[in-house]
Design a binder for this molecule. Sequence first.
Ligand SMILES: Nc1nc2nc(S)n(CCO)c2c(=O)[nH]1
Length: 159
Amino acid sequence: MEYTAYLSLGTNMGDRENYLRDAVLLLQNDSQLSITSVSSIYETDPVGYVEQERFLNIVLEVKTAKNANELLHKCQQIELQLGRKREIRWGPRTIDLDILLYNHENIETESLSIPHPRMHERAFVLVPLIEINPGLSLPKIDKPLSEILEAIPDKEGVR
Ligand SMILES: Nc1nc2nc(S)n(CCO)c2c(=O)[nH]1
Protein backbone atom coordinates (compact mmCIF):
# COMPACT_ATOMS: atom_id res chain seq x y z
CA MET A 1 0.00 0.00 0.00
CA GLU A 2 1.42 3.42 -0.97
CA TYR A 3 0.53 6.72 0.69
CA THR A 4 0.98 10.28 -0.56
CA ALA A 5 2.84 12.70 1.70
CA TYR A 6 4.12 16.28 1.34
CA LEU A 7 7.47 17.34 2.83
CA SER A 8 8.84 20.85 3.36
CA LEU A 9 12.63 21.20 3.09
CA GLY A 10 14.47 24.30 4.34
CA THR A 11 18.11 25.31 4.71
CA ASN A 12 19.94 28.53 5.63
CA MET A 13 23.51 27.46 6.33
CA GLY A 14 26.48 26.67 4.14
CA ASP A 15 25.94 25.62 0.53
CA ARG A 16 22.17 25.73 0.73
CA GLU A 17 21.42 24.41 -2.79
CA ASN A 18 23.79 21.49 -2.16
CA TYR A 19 22.02 20.59 1.09
CA LEU A 20 18.67 20.55 -0.74
CA ARG A 21 20.14 18.38 -3.54
CA ASP A 22 21.71 15.95 -1.03
CA ALA A 23 18.47 15.66 0.95
CA VAL A 24 16.49 14.90 -2.24
CA LEU A 25 19.07 12.27 -3.27
CA LEU A 26 18.97 10.64 0.18
CA LEU A 27 15.17 10.46 -0.01
CA GLN A 28 15.35 9.00 -3.54
CA ASN A 29 17.84 6.35 -2.35
CA ASP A 30 15.16 4.89 -0.06
CA SER A 31 13.49 1.93 -1.82
CA GLN A 32 10.24 2.52 0.09
CA LEU A 33 9.88 6.08 -1.15
CA SER A 34 9.50 7.77 -4.52
CA ILE A 35 9.49 11.50 -5.15
CA THR A 36 6.62 12.33 -7.50
CA SER A 37 6.90 16.13 -7.59
CA VAL A 38 9.50 18.76 -6.66
CA SER A 39 8.67 22.48 -6.36
CA SER A 40 10.90 25.32 -7.54
CA ILE A 41 13.50 26.58 -5.06
CA TYR A 42 12.28 29.67 -3.17
CA GLU A 43 14.50 32.13 -1.31
CA THR A 44 12.58 33.20 1.80
CA ASP A 45 12.92 35.58 4.74
CA PRO A 46 13.43 33.71 8.03
CA VAL A 47 10.29 33.24 10.13
CA GLY A 48 10.45 32.67 13.87
CA TYR A 49 14.00 33.44 14.97
CA VAL A 50 14.66 36.28 12.52
CA GLU A 51 18.35 37.05 13.23
CA GLN A 52 19.62 34.55 10.69
CA GLU A 53 20.37 34.04 6.98
CA ARG A 54 17.59 33.77 4.42
CA PHE A 55 16.36 30.25 3.70
CA LEU A 56 15.98 28.21 0.57
CA ASN A 57 12.72 26.26 0.67
CA ILE A 58 11.13 23.56 -1.47
CA VAL A 59 8.16 21.21 -1.09
CA LEU A 60 8.14 17.60 -2.31
CA GLU A 61 5.28 15.24 -3.04
CA VAL A 62 6.29 11.66 -2.23
CA LYS A 63 4.61 8.27 -2.49
CA THR A 64 5.69 5.88 0.24
CA ALA A 65 4.92 2.52 1.86
CA LYS A 66 6.26 3.94 5.15
CA ASN A 67 3.84 4.86 7.91
CA ALA A 68 4.02 8.41 9.29
CA ASN A 69 6.40 7.45 12.10
CA GLU A 70 8.77 5.67 9.74
CA LEU A 71 8.68 8.70 7.42
CA LEU A 72 9.49 11.00 10.37
CA HIS A 73 12.41 8.74 11.31
CA LYS A 74 13.69 8.90 7.71
CA CYS A 75 13.52 12.72 7.74
CA GLN A 76 15.36 12.89 11.08
CA GLN A 77 17.99 10.43 9.79
CA ILE A 78 18.65 12.66 6.74
CA GLU A 79 18.88 15.78 8.94
CA LEU A 80 21.56 14.05 11.05
CA GLN A 81 23.41 12.71 7.97
CA LEU A 82 23.59 16.27 6.63
CA GLY A 83 24.96 17.59 9.88
CA ARG A 84 21.85 19.16 11.43
CA LYS A 85 22.76 20.39 14.90
CA ARG A 86 19.75 21.33 17.05
CA GLU A 87 21.53 24.20 18.83
CA ILE A 88 19.00 27.04 18.88
CA ARG A 89 15.33 26.19 18.42
CA TRP A 90 14.19 28.19 15.32
CA GLY A 91 17.91 28.86 14.72
CA PRO A 92 20.03 28.37 11.57
CA ARG A 93 20.18 24.81 10.20
CA THR A 94 21.94 22.94 7.43
CA ILE A 95 18.70 21.17 6.49
CA ASP A 96 15.22 20.78 7.92
CA LEU A 97 12.69 18.24 6.69
CA ASP A 98 9.13 18.70 7.95
CA ILE A 99 6.19 16.40 7.19
CA LEU A 100 3.34 18.69 6.10
CA LEU A 101 0.68 16.13 5.15
CA TYR A 102 0.37 12.34 5.21
CA ASN A 103 -2.36 10.46 3.34
CA HIS A 104 -4.86 13.24 4.09
CA GLU A 105 -4.86 12.08 7.73
CA ASN A 106 -4.91 13.98 11.00
CA ILE A 107 -2.21 12.52 13.26
CA GLU A 108 -1.50 13.78 16.78
CA THR A 109 1.11 11.91 18.87
CA GLU A 110 3.90 13.14 21.16
CA SER A 111 6.30 13.08 18.20
CA LEU A 112 4.00 13.86 15.27
CA SER A 113 1.45 16.57 14.46
CA ILE A 114 0.05 16.22 10.95
CA PRO A 115 -1.01 18.43 9.20
CA HIS A 116 2.05 20.45 10.30
CA PRO A 117 0.64 22.85 12.94
CA ARG A 118 2.23 25.98 11.44
CA MET A 119 1.89 25.24 7.73
CA HIS A 120 -1.24 27.39 7.33
CA GLU A 121 0.68 30.49 8.52
CA ARG A 122 3.85 29.90 6.47
CA ALA A 123 4.05 31.35 2.95
CA PHE A 124 7.39 29.53 2.54
CA VAL A 125 5.38 26.30 2.76
CA LEU A 126 2.13 27.28 1.01
CA VAL A 127 3.67 28.93 -2.06
CA PRO A 128 5.69 25.85 -3.16
CA LEU A 129 2.86 23.50 -2.10
CA ILE A 130 0.36 25.38 -4.31
CA GLU A 131 2.88 25.27 -7.14
CA ILE A 132 2.96 21.46 -7.13
CA ASN A 133 -0.68 20.81 -6.19
CA PRO A 134 -2.96 23.87 -6.44
CA GLY A 135 -6.10 21.80 -5.90
CA LEU A 136 -4.93 20.25 -2.62
CA SER A 137 -7.18 20.69 0.40
CA LEU A 138 -6.16 20.31 4.05
CA PRO A 139 -7.98 17.78 6.25
CA LYS A 140 -10.86 19.42 8.18
CA ILE A 141 -10.34 22.79 6.40
CA ASP A 142 -12.61 23.27 3.40
CA LYS A 143 -10.81 26.41 2.16
CA PRO A 144 -8.51 26.14 -0.88
CA LEU A 145 -4.79 26.62 -0.16
CA SER A 146 -4.82 29.86 -2.19
CA GLU A 147 -7.36 31.36 0.24
CA ILE A 148 -5.24 30.29 3.25
CA LEU A 149 -2.18 31.91 1.62
CA GLU A 150 -4.14 35.13 0.94
CA ALA A 151 -4.84 35.40 4.68
CA ILE A 152 -1.12 35.50 5.57
CA PRO A 153 -0.28 39.20 6.22
CA ASP A 154 3.23 39.49 4.81
CA LYS A 155 4.28 36.82 2.36
CA GLU A 156 7.65 36.76 4.23
CA GLY A 157 9.55 37.67 1.10
CA VAL A 158 9.00 34.35 -0.68
CA ARG A 159 10.69 34.70 -4.07
N1 LIG B 1 11.67 31.22 5.68
C1 LIG B 1 11.84 30.22 6.56
N2 LIG B 1 11.80 30.49 7.88
C2 LIG B 1 11.97 29.46 8.74
N3 LIG B 1 11.97 29.46 10.12
C3 LIG B 1 12.18 28.20 10.51
S1 LIG B 1 12.27 27.72 12.15
N4 LIG B 1 12.32 27.36 9.46
C4 LIG B 1 12.60 25.92 9.48
C5 LIG B 1 11.41 25.10 9.11
O1 LIG B 1 10.61 24.94 10.23
C6 LIG B 1 12.18 28.14 8.32
C7 LIG B 1 12.22 27.86 6.93
O2 LIG B 1 12.39 26.73 6.45
N5 LIG B 1 12.04 28.94 6.10
